[in-house]
Design a binder for this molecule. Structure first.
Ligand code: ADP
Ligand code: AMP
Length: 244
Protein backbone atom coordinates (compact mmCIF):
# COMPACT_ATOMS: atom_id res chain seq x y z
CA UNK A 1 0.00 0.00 0.00
CA UNK A 2 1.32 3.42 -0.85
CA UNK A 3 2.31 5.17 2.38
CA UNK A 4 3.08 8.82 2.93
CA UNK A 5 5.77 8.98 5.57
CA UNK A 6 8.72 11.20 6.28
CA UNK A 7 12.02 9.92 4.84
CA UNK A 8 14.09 8.43 7.63
CA UNK A 9 11.08 7.90 9.91
CA UNK A 10 10.51 4.51 11.50
CA UNK A 11 7.26 2.63 11.06
CA UNK A 12 6.08 -0.05 13.45
CA UNK A 13 3.96 -2.57 11.57
CA UNK A 14 2.44 -5.81 12.75
CA UNK A 15 3.68 -5.00 16.24
CA UNK A 16 7.18 -6.30 15.59
CA UNK A 17 9.41 -5.17 12.75
CA UNK A 18 10.61 -1.60 12.77
CA UNK A 19 11.19 -0.50 9.21
CA UNK A 20 13.30 2.40 8.11
CA UNK A 21 10.99 4.42 5.86
CA UNK A 22 13.86 5.64 3.71
CA UNK A 23 14.56 2.02 2.66
CA UNK A 24 11.01 0.88 1.97
CA UNK A 25 8.42 1.10 -0.76
CA UNK A 26 4.74 0.27 -0.40
CA UNK A 27 2.76 -0.97 -3.39
CA UNK A 28 -0.51 -2.86 -3.78
CA UNK A 29 -0.74 -3.80 -7.43
CA UNK A 30 -2.36 -6.08 -9.99
CA UNK A 31 -0.81 -7.50 -13.15
CA UNK A 32 -3.53 -8.06 -15.74
CA UNK A 33 -3.17 -9.69 -19.12
CA UNK A 34 -4.08 -12.81 -21.09
CA UNK A 35 -2.38 -16.15 -20.42
CA UNK A 36 1.21 -15.89 -21.60
CA UNK A 37 1.36 -12.09 -21.46
CA UNK A 38 4.38 -12.38 -19.15
CA UNK A 39 2.72 -11.75 -15.76
CA UNK A 40 4.58 -14.51 -13.92
CA UNK A 41 7.91 -13.71 -15.60
CA UNK A 42 7.66 -10.05 -14.61
CA UNK A 43 6.26 -10.79 -11.15
CA UNK A 44 9.34 -12.82 -10.20
CA UNK A 45 11.57 -9.90 -11.20
CA UNK A 46 9.51 -7.35 -9.27
CA UNK A 47 9.51 -9.58 -6.18
CA UNK A 48 13.29 -9.57 -6.27
CA UNK A 49 13.51 -5.84 -6.84
CA UNK A 50 10.82 -4.52 -4.51
CA UNK A 51 10.56 -7.26 -1.91
CA UNK A 52 6.78 -7.63 -2.12
CA UNK A 53 5.22 -11.08 -2.62
CA UNK A 54 3.82 -12.39 -5.87
CA UNK A 55 0.37 -13.81 -5.25
CA UNK A 56 -0.41 -16.09 -8.16
CA UNK A 57 -3.76 -17.82 -7.80
CA UNK A 58 -2.74 -20.18 -10.64
CA UNK A 59 0.39 -21.25 -8.70
CA UNK A 60 -1.60 -21.67 -5.47
CA UNK A 61 -4.20 -23.83 -7.25
CA UNK A 62 -1.58 -25.94 -9.07
CA UNK A 63 0.20 -26.61 -5.79
CA UNK A 64 -3.11 -27.53 -4.13
CA UNK A 65 -3.92 -29.88 -7.04
CA UNK A 66 -0.47 -31.50 -6.85
CA UNK A 67 -0.93 -32.09 -3.12
CA UNK A 68 -4.48 -33.40 -3.58
CA UNK A 69 -6.01 -30.97 -1.05
CA UNK A 70 -9.81 -30.43 -1.10
CA UNK A 71 -9.27 -27.10 -2.89
CA UNK A 72 -6.95 -28.73 -5.42
CA UNK A 73 -9.38 -31.57 -6.08
CA UNK A 74 -12.22 -29.10 -6.70
CA UNK A 75 -10.11 -26.84 -8.93
CA UNK A 76 -8.32 -29.45 -11.03
CA UNK A 77 -11.07 -30.18 -13.60
CA UNK A 78 -11.76 -26.51 -14.29
CA UNK A 79 -8.06 -25.83 -14.78
CA UNK A 80 -7.52 -28.73 -17.18
CA UNK A 81 -10.43 -27.51 -19.32
CA UNK A 82 -9.19 -23.91 -19.28
CA UNK A 83 -12.27 -22.73 -17.37
CA UNK A 84 -12.23 -20.46 -14.36
CA UNK A 85 -12.48 -21.97 -10.91
CA UNK A 86 -15.66 -20.74 -9.12
CA UNK A 87 -15.33 -17.30 -7.53
CA UNK A 88 -16.16 -18.40 -3.98
CA UNK A 89 -13.17 -20.78 -3.87
CA UNK A 90 -10.78 -18.08 -5.04
CA UNK A 91 -12.08 -15.14 -3.03
CA UNK A 92 -11.73 -16.89 0.35
CA UNK A 93 -8.21 -17.91 -0.57
CA UNK A 94 -7.19 -14.34 -1.47
CA UNK A 95 -8.84 -12.88 1.62
CA UNK A 96 -6.68 -15.09 3.83
CA UNK A 97 -3.51 -14.60 1.77
CA UNK A 98 -3.63 -10.79 1.79
CA UNK A 99 -3.76 -10.80 5.59
CA UNK A 100 -0.45 -12.64 5.90
CA UNK A 101 2.52 -10.72 7.31
CA UNK A 102 4.52 -10.62 4.09
CA UNK A 103 1.82 -8.45 2.45
CA UNK A 104 2.27 -5.61 4.92
CA UNK A 105 4.50 -3.60 2.56
CA UNK A 106 2.52 -4.45 -0.55
CA UNK A 107 1.63 -7.30 -2.87
CA UNK A 108 1.60 -8.14 -6.51
CA UNK A 109 -1.51 -9.98 -7.67
CA UNK A 110 -0.89 -12.22 -10.69
CA UNK A 111 -3.97 -13.95 -12.14
CA UNK A 112 -6.43 -12.37 -9.70
CA UNK A 113 -8.96 -10.82 -10.08
CA UNK A 114 -10.29 -12.51 -13.21
CA UNK A 115 -14.02 -11.75 -12.96
CA UNK A 116 -16.12 -8.77 -11.93
CA UNK A 117 -17.29 -10.46 -8.67
CA UNK A 118 -13.61 -11.12 -7.81
CA UNK A 119 -12.74 -7.46 -8.45
CA UNK A 120 -15.62 -6.29 -6.28
CA UNK A 121 -14.67 -8.72 -3.52
CA UNK A 122 -11.09 -7.41 -3.67
CA UNK A 123 -12.39 -3.85 -3.25
CA UNK A 124 -14.26 -4.99 -0.15
CA UNK A 125 -11.26 -6.82 1.32
CA UNK A 126 -8.95 -3.83 0.77
CA UNK A 127 -11.52 -1.44 2.21
CA UNK A 128 -11.71 -3.57 5.36
CA UNK A 129 -7.92 -3.53 5.53
CA UNK A 130 -7.91 0.24 4.93
CA UNK A 131 -5.44 0.03 2.09
CA UNK A 132 -6.19 1.22 -1.43
CA UNK A 133 -4.95 -0.32 -4.64
CA UNK A 134 -2.11 1.73 -6.17
CA UNK A 135 -1.58 0.33 -9.63
CA UNK A 136 -3.08 -1.99 -12.24
CA UNK A 137 -0.75 -2.86 -15.09
CA UNK A 138 -2.26 -4.27 -18.27
CA UNK A 139 0.24 -6.31 -20.31
CA UNK A 140 -0.96 -6.32 -23.91
CA UNK A 141 -0.09 -9.10 -26.39
CA UNK A 142 -1.72 -10.46 -29.55
CA UNK A 143 -3.67 -13.73 -29.76
CA UNK A 144 -0.87 -15.26 -31.87
CA UNK A 145 1.65 -14.42 -29.16
CA UNK A 146 -0.59 -16.01 -26.52
CA UNK A 147 -0.73 -19.30 -28.44
CA UNK A 148 2.98 -19.31 -29.27
CA UNK A 149 4.19 -18.42 -25.78
CA UNK A 150 1.97 -20.86 -23.91
CA UNK A 151 2.71 -23.75 -26.31
CA UNK A 152 6.43 -23.27 -25.84
CA UNK A 153 6.30 -22.48 -22.11
CA UNK A 154 7.89 -24.92 -19.69
CA UNK A 155 7.41 -24.46 -15.95
CA UNK A 156 9.07 -25.40 -12.72
CA UNK A 157 6.39 -26.29 -10.19
CA UNK A 158 8.98 -26.17 -7.41
CA UNK A 159 10.28 -22.60 -7.65
CA UNK A 160 7.85 -21.01 -10.11
CA UNK A 161 10.45 -20.22 -12.81
CA UNK A 162 9.17 -20.31 -16.39
CA UNK A 163 11.06 -20.92 -19.61
CA UNK A 164 10.29 -20.62 -23.29
CA UNK A 165 11.81 -23.24 -25.57
CA UNK A 166 12.92 -20.60 -28.11
CA UNK A 167 13.15 -17.23 -26.31
CA UNK A 168 14.42 -18.38 -22.94
CA UNK A 169 15.41 -22.06 -22.93
CA UNK A 170 16.80 -23.73 -19.78
CA UNK A 171 20.57 -24.39 -19.85
CA UNK A 172 19.94 -28.16 -19.59
CA UNK A 173 16.91 -29.43 -21.52
CA UNK A 174 13.97 -30.16 -19.21
CA UNK A 175 15.75 -29.00 -16.01
CA UNK A 176 15.17 -25.79 -14.06
CA UNK A 177 18.23 -23.47 -14.01
CA UNK A 178 17.23 -22.12 -10.60
CA UNK A 179 16.55 -25.24 -8.55
CA UNK A 180 17.51 -28.25 -10.69
CA UNK A 181 14.02 -29.82 -10.70
CA UNK A 182 12.32 -31.25 -13.77
CA UNK A 183 10.30 -28.83 -15.91
CA UNK A 184 6.74 -29.59 -16.99
CA UNK A 185 4.57 -28.70 -19.95
CA UNK A 186 1.32 -27.63 -18.29
CA UNK A 187 -1.72 -29.61 -19.39
CA UNK A 188 -3.58 -26.36 -20.05
CA UNK A 189 -0.72 -25.08 -22.24
CA UNK A 190 -1.85 -27.25 -25.18
CA UNK A 191 -3.29 -25.40 -28.12
CA UNK A 192 -7.01 -26.31 -27.77
CA UNK A 193 -7.01 -25.37 -24.08
CA UNK A 194 -5.00 -22.19 -24.70
CA UNK A 195 -7.64 -21.04 -27.18
CA UNK A 196 -10.38 -21.68 -24.62
CA UNK A 197 -8.40 -19.77 -21.94
CA UNK A 198 -8.07 -16.85 -24.32
CA UNK A 199 -11.85 -16.81 -24.93
CA UNK A 200 -12.44 -16.88 -21.17
CA UNK A 201 -9.97 -14.00 -20.74
CA UNK A 202 -11.65 -11.91 -23.44
CA UNK A 203 -15.16 -12.41 -22.07
CA UNK A 204 -14.57 -12.36 -18.30
CA UNK A 205 -11.24 -10.74 -17.44
CA UNK A 206 -10.53 -8.15 -20.13
CA UNK A 207 -13.56 -6.05 -19.02
CA UNK A 208 -11.78 -5.47 -15.69
CA UNK A 209 -9.39 -3.12 -17.49
CA UNK A 210 -12.33 -0.76 -18.07
CA UNK A 211 -13.44 -1.21 -14.46
CA UNK A 212 -10.06 -0.13 -13.11
CA UNK A 213 -9.60 2.51 -15.79
CA UNK A 214 -12.61 4.30 -14.32
CA UNK A 215 -10.58 4.60 -11.08
CA UNK A 216 -7.57 5.96 -12.98
CA UNK A 217 -5.38 3.04 -11.87
CA UNK A 218 -4.50 1.42 -15.20
CA UNK A 219 -1.17 1.71 -16.99
CA UNK A 220 -0.66 -0.35 -20.16
CA UNK A 221 2.56 -1.92 -21.42
CA UNK A 222 3.25 -3.56 -24.76
CA UNK A 223 3.96 -7.11 -23.56
CA UNK A 224 5.52 -8.01 -26.94
CA UNK A 225 8.66 -6.08 -26.00
CA UNK A 226 11.68 -8.04 -24.77
CA UNK A 227 11.45 -9.19 -21.15
CA UNK A 228 14.09 -6.72 -19.87
CA UNK A 229 12.36 -3.77 -21.52
CA UNK A 230 9.01 -4.70 -19.99
CA UNK A 231 10.70 -5.01 -16.57
CA UNK A 232 12.30 -1.58 -16.91
CA UNK A 233 8.97 0.08 -17.77
CA UNK A 234 7.16 -1.77 -14.98
CA UNK A 235 9.79 -0.89 -12.39
CA UNK A 236 9.49 2.77 -13.33
CA UNK A 237 5.72 2.61 -12.92
CA UNK A 238 6.05 1.03 -9.48
CA UNK A 239 8.60 3.64 -8.42
CA UNK A 240 6.47 6.51 -9.69
CA UNK A 241 3.54 5.24 -7.64
CA UNK A 242 5.57 4.85 -4.48
CA UNK A 243 6.94 7.29 -1.92
CA UNK A 244 10.01 6.85 0.20
P1 ADP B 1 1.70 -15.45 -17.76
O1 ADP B 1 2.17 -15.54 -16.32
O2 ADP B 1 1.15 -14.10 -18.11
O3 ADP B 1 0.77 -16.56 -18.14
P2 ADP B 1 4.49 -16.13 -18.37
O4 ADP B 1 5.23 -15.11 -17.59
O5 ADP B 1 4.47 -17.51 -17.82
O6 ADP B 1 2.99 -15.62 -18.68
O7 ADP B 1 5.10 -16.14 -19.84
C1 ADP B 1 4.63 -17.05 -20.84
C2 ADP B 1 5.79 -17.54 -21.69
O8 ADP B 1 6.30 -16.46 -22.48
C3 ADP B 1 6.97 -18.07 -20.89
O9 ADP B 1 7.47 -19.16 -21.61
C4 ADP B 1 7.96 -16.91 -20.86
O10 ADP B 1 9.29 -17.39 -20.81
C5 ADP B 1 7.67 -16.19 -22.18
N1 ADP B 1 7.77 -14.73 -22.09
C6 ADP B 1 7.31 -13.94 -21.08
N2 ADP B 1 7.53 -12.63 -21.37
C7 ADP B 1 8.12 -12.61 -22.60
C8 ADP B 1 8.58 -11.54 -23.46
N3 ADP B 1 8.47 -10.26 -23.10
N4 ADP B 1 9.13 -11.88 -24.64
C9 ADP B 1 9.22 -13.18 -25.00
N5 ADP B 1 8.82 -14.22 -24.26
C10 ADP B 1 8.27 -13.94 -23.06
P1 AMP C 1 -2.80 -19.13 -14.53
O1 AMP C 1 -1.66 -19.87 -13.90
O2 AMP C 1 -2.98 -17.75 -13.97
O3 AMP C 1 -2.72 -19.16 -16.04
O4 AMP C 1 -4.12 -19.93 -14.13
C1 AMP C 1 -4.30 -21.29 -14.50
C2 AMP C 1 -5.74 -21.71 -14.24
O5 AMP C 1 -6.05 -21.61 -12.84
C3 AMP C 1 -6.81 -20.86 -14.91
O6 AMP C 1 -7.05 -21.25 -16.26
C4 AMP C 1 -8.04 -21.15 -14.01
O7 AMP C 1 -8.58 -22.43 -14.25
C5 AMP C 1 -7.39 -21.18 -12.62
N1 AMP C 1 -7.35 -19.85 -12.00
C6 AMP C 1 -6.24 -19.14 -11.66
N2 AMP C 1 -6.58 -17.96 -11.11
C7 AMP C 1 -7.94 -17.92 -11.10
C8 AMP C 1 -8.89 -16.94 -10.69
N3 AMP C 1 -8.50 -15.77 -10.15
N4 AMP C 1 -10.20 -17.23 -10.84
C9 AMP C 1 -10.61 -18.41 -11.36
N5 AMP C 1 -9.76 -19.36 -11.79
C10 AMP C 1 -8.44 -19.13 -11.67
Amino acid sequence: MMMTIEPGASVRRGGSAVLEASEKTFTDMILLGPPGAGKGTQALRLVERFGIPQISTGNILREAAAQGTPLGLKADGYMKRGELVPDDLIIGLIDRRLREDDCERGFLLDGFPRTMPQAQALDGILEMMERPLNLVVALEVSADTVVERNSLRRCCLNCGATYHLKNHPPRRAGICDQCGRELIHREDDREEVIRRRLQVYDSQTQPLIHYYRANGLVRSINGELPVDEVTAILARMVEEGTRE
